[in-house]
Design a protein around this ligand. Structure first.
Ligand code: GLA
Length: 372
């Protein structure tokens, strides 16, 4: 009782140095059918600021200090809701029911064949034509001992985009005073269904709109990856990175080998690959570390998931107008999407993505910021 009163009081109190309660909510416009969209802003003790909207669970801004204490927004996005309503690159969004591709939009489960919405050539990408990135989530802001943030909830109905069963999903963003943004995913279903949830933020540690990320140095805790074909579908092979331009076991500039004539890079026009993480699924492990040498920002990504998609923003082509009028071009960001492997429902040798009734899916990803 006393504890909950203290939490209630804490929610009313302004964050240090600001007049606003933390988290605080403001209007971010409304959807074409008139539903209000809000933006939730929360800030930690070291001035890191996160903005999240309840449309798509999108992280619209992430302001992080550099080595001189200068704050920059390090994620790509749009200035207003209109941009996010037509968010082709999936800037900042929660992805589901199934992140990445399912070949030919088809899979079989327990003897039944399922057909999904195809929205990427012959394949289904990121949950179909109206994935979790394009729906309104219920949002509940909170503060607790770990930090402050927002809990997003969504009920994906039986049959939505072709997937079986009602799926109850909760995604919690928590910003801690240890400079971590924790993303916790929780899901239950009333029929067996494939599920693969991720977060599709485009990072540029030099600041969004500030040029390409080719000089940023990446280390991945993975000595294997899942090769793809020309439609970016895994072939089923699990290949060693050793001796290939996908070897990031030592910190290496993203641009060092990106134009090598290696079939995997040619298919994807750069990096767009699922890396197999070393530790067993379910254990929080450091998956990736990126260092931006000019401003000194470091991002570390830890996860309980078995894979991580490293995407070098190959499809950005300067046609979209983003924040502050910035036209984002190819390789002006990177994504590190923690996940299960793409197209797992069609590959028996990949870790299973099937969630069954009575079971709870839980995964955690932590984005930690520091300077070097
Ligand atoms: C993921 C995919 C890419 C691309 C982007 C969205 O990263 O792996 O191929 O579709 O999403 O543009």
């Amino acid at each position: 009782m006393i504890a909950s009163f203290a939490i209630f009081l804490a929610m009313l109190l302004p964050a240090s140095g600001s007049q606003e309660p933390d988290p605080h909510k403001e209007s971010f416009g409304s959807t074409p059918d008139g539903k209000p969209v809000d933006v939730y802003t929360f800030t930690n003790a070291h001035r890191i600021e996160v903005r999240v909207i309840n449309y798509g669970g999108i992280i619209t801004a992430l302001r992080v200090p550099d080595r001189n204490g200068k704050l920059d927004d390090i994620v790509l996005g749009f200035d207003n809701l209109a941009g996010y309503l037509n968010n082709k690159p999936y800037f900042g969004a929660i992805i589901g029911r199934y992140a990445n591709r399912i070949a030919n939009g088809k899979f079989s489960l327990d003897g039944r064949d399922y057909t999904l919405a195809k929205n990427n050539g012959p394949n289904s990408l990121h949950g179909g034509s109206r994935g979790f990135n394009n729906v309104l989530w219920r949002a509940d802001p909170f503060r607790n001992r770990q930090g402050r943030g927002v809990i997003l909830s969504y009920l994906s109905k039986d049959g939505e985009e072709g997937y079986p069963g009602n799926l109850d999903v909760k995604v919690t963003y928590t910003l801690s005073d240890a400079n971590e943004l924790l993303v916790d995913y929780l899901a239950t279903a009333d029929k067996a269904t494939p599920i693969n949830l991720t977060q599709h933020t485009y990072f540029n540690l030099g600041g969004e709109g500030n040029g390409d990320v080719l000089a940023e140095e990446l280390r991945l805790n993975a000595d294997r990856f899942t090769p793809i074909d020309k439609d970016l579908i895994p072939t089923g092979e699990i290949r060693l990175v050793k001796g290939t331009p996908l070897d990031f076991t030592q910190s290496t500039r993203i641009g060092a080998r990106i134009n090598d004539p290696y079939d995997q890079l040619l298919f994807a026009h750069g990096y767009d690959h699922n890396f197999v993480l070393k530790a067993a699924e379910g254990r929080l492990q450091l998956a990736a570390r990126v260092h931006e040498p000019n401003r000194g920002r470091v991002l570390e990504v830890s996860t309980t998931q078995p894979g991580i998609q490293f995407y070098s923003a190959n499809f950005l082509d300067g046609t979209l107008v983003g924040k502050h009028g910035h036209r984002y071009k190819q390789r002006e960001a990177f994504c590190l999407e923690t996940q299960h492997f793409p197209d797992s429902p069609n590959h028996a040798n990949f870790p299973s993505t099937i969630l069954r009734p009575g079971k709870t899916f839980h995964s955690r990803t932590v984005f930690k910021f520091s300077v070097q």
